[in-house]
Design a protein around this ligand. Structure first.
Ligand code: GLU
Length: 492
């Protein structure tokens, strides 16, 4: 396939209050295609449904696109600001006899549909208004009832070459004379879409395959208007995210929910790009520029990919790990603040400390929320000891004198650095005639409340001598059966 001289694609969301993750994926494909071909990515807000549209809802969508880094070219277009554009196109079709006025009221149409369903007949419009005599039309015009405009679907077959699904065709007999302009003067989706794609010089329409039925209708509109249609590429829907298929188990529907869950935008883009497309080799982690370089519609698959949140989490973990500590601090901070572990100011003041904390934890985090989950002890000593750990590591009678000795050693160290921390613990274990592990496990539990975590010596160095000694002494008290309730916060 050779792309036309200028690639212009668009994403045309309807403002519904959030950016659906399926729409986000469609946006990514359009954006990658545009960037690959050095073309334009146009944003068009389909807000002709005035009752349901609200500038705040639009802002949520723009925010989602911005978060993903999908920058659009030109100013966003709003269909609601283009109401004066559509009637002239409809007028042309009326004059050429390719469209007709329909005076049937919504109630009458509903009644006819229900009748047809009851009698198992086609629910297509019966063309009542197409058959009106000139006299009847005159009489109706004099009464001036609300009137819509319908396109007259010609007999035959509508075919096109889909860039993903190949040659497709449909019998026009199964297509309704659809309304193109409502009685209140607003265009319907299919009509506005055709007029806008034409006026905005869209070269490729890339959208979900649930729009294939609309594509036939739109092609008939292009034909009636005598204008050249763009090329079409329909994307397989992803099971788990599209339309009603979403369930909490799969994740969420709104892209902003993923942000709140602790996903990074570049992981989302990478994951969603691979949901129905592959680069042709087994690469999975791909930077945005690699995606742009490799993207092609030929490699979009026809089958429905499954949205696997576990894979997304794995990918997110990889992105977290590859981030520089300095960049990770501002990303992790909102989640630590939300968990009540620190404050904006404390983060700024203790930037170096924060850098060390995220650096130590990042290897174990799959979500940004994990920093709060796994790193609580860096910010407070108000934590309980894991009960399993207590059973395993605090129960031997010698454990207490061991921890007490370690606390003493650490207090008297000249310098509390990584090497000294490790050497003195190992030295003590040797003197006691025990393996270092026998001391390492209770020390971890005493200082973090947890049985697992990053390198013990490194985390002790980050916590600092005073905090470590205090926590060891507190554990000694606890083991003695005299737990001292901790009341310090934000020790980090
Ligand atoms: N507003 C439509 C939607 O959100 C746009 C479909 C299209 O891309 O033509 O589904």
């Amino acid at each position: 396939m050779s792309p036309p001289s200028e690639v212009r694609v668009r994403i045309a969301p309807s403002p519904s209050g959030f950016l659906h993750v399926g729409t986000a994926r469609t946006s990514i494909y359009n954006w990658l295609f545009a960037r690959h071909h050095r073309g334009k990515f146009i944003l068009r807000i389909e807000d002709t449904d005035l009752e349901r549209s609200d500038p705040e809802l639009v802002e949520v969508i723009l925010e989602g696109l911005r978060w993903l880094g999908l920058n659009w070219d030109e100013q966003p277009y709003y269909q609601s600001k283009r109401f004066e554009v559509y009637p002239s196109y409809a007028e042309k079709l009326l004059q050429q006899g390719k469209a007709y006025h329909c005076y049937c009221s919504p109630e009458l149409l509903k009644q006819k549909r229900e009748e047809a369903i009851r009698e198992k007949r086609s629910v297509k419009y019966d063309r009542h208004c197409l058959r009106l005599s000139e006299e009847e039309k005159k009489r109706l015009e004099a009464e001036a009832p609300p009137k819509a405009i319908r396109i007259k679907i010609p007999p035959g077959e509508t075919s096109f070459h889909d860039l993903v699904y190949g040659d497709l065709s449909y019998d026009n007999a199964d297509i309704d004379d659809l309304i193109i302009m409502r009685s209140d003067g607003r265009p319907t989706y299919n009509f506005a879409c055709v007029v806008d794609d034409y006026e905005m010089k869209i070269s490729h329409v890339i959208r979900g395959n649930d729009h294939i039925p609309n594509t036939y209708k739109q092609l008939l509109l292009y034909e009636a208007l005598g204008i050249t249609p763009p090329q079409f590429a329909h994307l397989p829907l992803s099971l788990g995210i599209d339309r009603s298929k979403i369930s909490k188990r799969d994740g969420a529907v709104a892209i902003t929910d993923y942000r709140q869950m602790g996903f990074l935008p570049e992981a989302m883009v990478n994951f969603l790009a691979l949901l129905g497309w592959s680069p042709g080799d087994d690469r999975e982690l791909m930077s945005t520029s690699e995606l742009i370089e490799a993207f092609s519609l030929e490699r979009v698959s026809q089958s429905n990919p499954v949205f696997d949140i576990e894979k997304l989490k794995w990918m997110n973990g990889e992105y977290i790990r590859s981030r520089d500590d300095n960049e990770l601090v501002p990303l992790a901070a909102p989640f630590l603040i939300e968990a009540g572990l620190t404050t904006k100011l404390a983060v700024e003041i203790r930037w170096e400390y924060m850098k060390k904390v995220v650096g130590l934890l990042k290897g174990r985090c799959r979500l940004l929320t994990d920093f709060a989950e796994l790193g609580r002890y860096f910010f407070t000593d108000k934590f309980d000891y894991e009960p399993e750990g207590v059973k395993k590591h605090f129960s031997s009678p010698e454990c207490n004198p061991w921890l007490a000795s370690l606390a003493e050693r650490y207090s008297s160290l000249q310098k509390f650095d990584l090497q000294a921390i490790e050497t003195s613990l190992r030295g003590l274990a040797e003197e006691l005639g025990i393996s270092a592990a026998k001391l390492i496990h209770p020390t971890r539990l005493a200082t973090t409340g947890m049985t697992k975590g990053p390198s013990l010596f490194e985390l002790l160095e980050v916590l600092g001598r005073e905090e470590v000694v205090e926590r060891l002494e507190r554990a000694v008290d606890f083991i003695r059966g005299n737990p001292t309730p901790a009341d310090k916060t934000d020790t980090g």
